[in-house]
Design a protein around this ligand. Structure first.
Ligand code: TXA
Ligand code: MG
Length: 353
């Protein structure tokens, strides 16, 4: 299959060429094909959410296990009622506050949504993204786009059109490339089918932001701790996602001790002839002795750290790094989402110094 790779600059959205590209992308979806598109979080791999065959194609293109449900993306709040059994009061409150935006809600699904889209579950994940290209595309395609992140299964989520091309070229019909995404980590997922809303995946919309409008909110404890072998509630969170090819360890503790520990490890591994990489911050990166060093951004700018993480994990793969060490990050705000993704990438290998 030939994959059309179409670039649409932010400034070009709304001009005739971009309208024509989006019209063609919509036609691809309506005929059962697959189109990758940017959102404010990461790139999505879109298919018609109401067409079981399209969802099967998404799983095949990504190499994704078919019990891992897809998120349905909408572009108008009034479209929600078609795909859910009913809209609970707390969903209306969250939508008013956070949609369009990086928040996914789990609700009871209606019969309009095929079980191929929801991995056999009776619930559906719904998101109303905040990205002009995504919204025009979703509307043009009929209003309901099933989209997982547009990476090959097991790779970090794509934050640039070229990441999608690297992973899925020849496996999908089209890439709408809108350049670099804003946030860089996937949406927060909150399950509203439980008595008390439960966060299944942390993201830009934090627990504090949610409890600020809903009152009590719980978090799935497997997001940070898998030691007791409990199963995560979002099926996708059980897979070793975002995993770089080499072995990543998170080193946590006093900054000076962390630097010392990592430099000792680097020296030992280098002696063994291994390629070693390190993720540090703008404040610390010059202190490391690794051959491959990645500055993830300033500790004072968590948004920058979130935005750079996946790109860095991809670079490590490209540079054939065998062992990687990263500093730990605060678990408040978006830092919580950064740590959740890092822990998964590291297979929960954490060293406390
Ligand atoms: O930011 C995002 O959410 C991106 C962009 C493209 O919108 N999408 C994304 O999709 O991250 P994906 O498929 O990579 O992750 C979806 C997660 C998986 O962990 C999946 O198991 C969970 O959502 N999920 C989907 N439907 C669910 C359901 N009904 N109940 C529980 N978890 C669900
Ligand atoms: Mg994903």
């Amino acid at each position: 299959m030939h994959t059309q790779w179409i670039h649409i600059d932010e400034k070009e959205i709304g001009n005739d060429a971009s309208k024509e590209a989006i019209r063609r992308a919509g036609a691809v979806i309506r005929s059962g094909g697959l189109v990758a598109f940017p959102t404010e979080t990461v790139y999505g791999l879109g298919g018609d959410a109401l067409n079981a065959e399209s969802s099967r194609r998404i799983y095949a293109a990504k190499g994704r296990p078919s019990d891992n449900p897809l998120i349905v993306h909408i572009a108008d709040f009034s479209d929600l009622s078609e795909i859910v059994e009913q809209i609970p009061e707390n969903a209306k409150i969250l939508a008013a506050k956070f949609w369009p935006g990086p928040l996914t809600m789990i609700l009871k699904k209606s019969d309009a949504v095929p079980s191929a889209t929801t991995g056999g579950l009776s619930t559906v994940a719904v998101r109303f993204p905040n990205h002009p290209l995504a919204l025009s595309f979703i509307r043009e395609a009929g209003g309901y786009i099933a989209a997982p992140s547009a990476n090959a299964s097991g790779r970090p989520s794509p934050t640039e059109g070229r990441h999608v091309y690297e992973d899925l070229e020849g496996r999908i019909d089209m890439i709408l490339d809108g350049g670099s995404v804003g946030i860089g980590l996937e949406s927060t997922i909150v399950d509203l089918t439980a008595d008390i809303p439960m966060i299944l995946r942390p993201g830009y919309v934090t627990e504090e932001m949610l409890s600020g409008v809903l009152g009590e909110v719980h978090s799935d404890r497997t997001m940070f701790d898998v030691s007791d072998g409990v199963k995560p509630k979002a099926p996708g969170m059980k897979y070793k996602h975002y995993a770089p090819r080499g072995e990543l360890s998170v080193v946590s503790g006093d900054s000076e001790k962390v630097i010392q520990y990592i430099n000792d490890k680097i020296a030992a591994k280098k002696k063994e002839g291994c390629r070693v990489g390190v993720i540090g911050t703008s404040e610390t990166i010059d202190r490391y002795l690794a051959c491959v060093k990645k500055d993830i951004g300033s500790r004072s700018n968590e948004a920058e750290i979130a935005h750079n993480l996946y790109e860095i994990l991809r670079e490590f793969d490209d540079e054939n790094v065998e062992y990687m060490y990263t500093e730990a990050f605060d678990t408040g705000g978006i830092g919580q989402a950064v740590m959740n993704r890092l822990l998964k990438a590291a297979g929960h290998r954490v060293i406390n110094v």
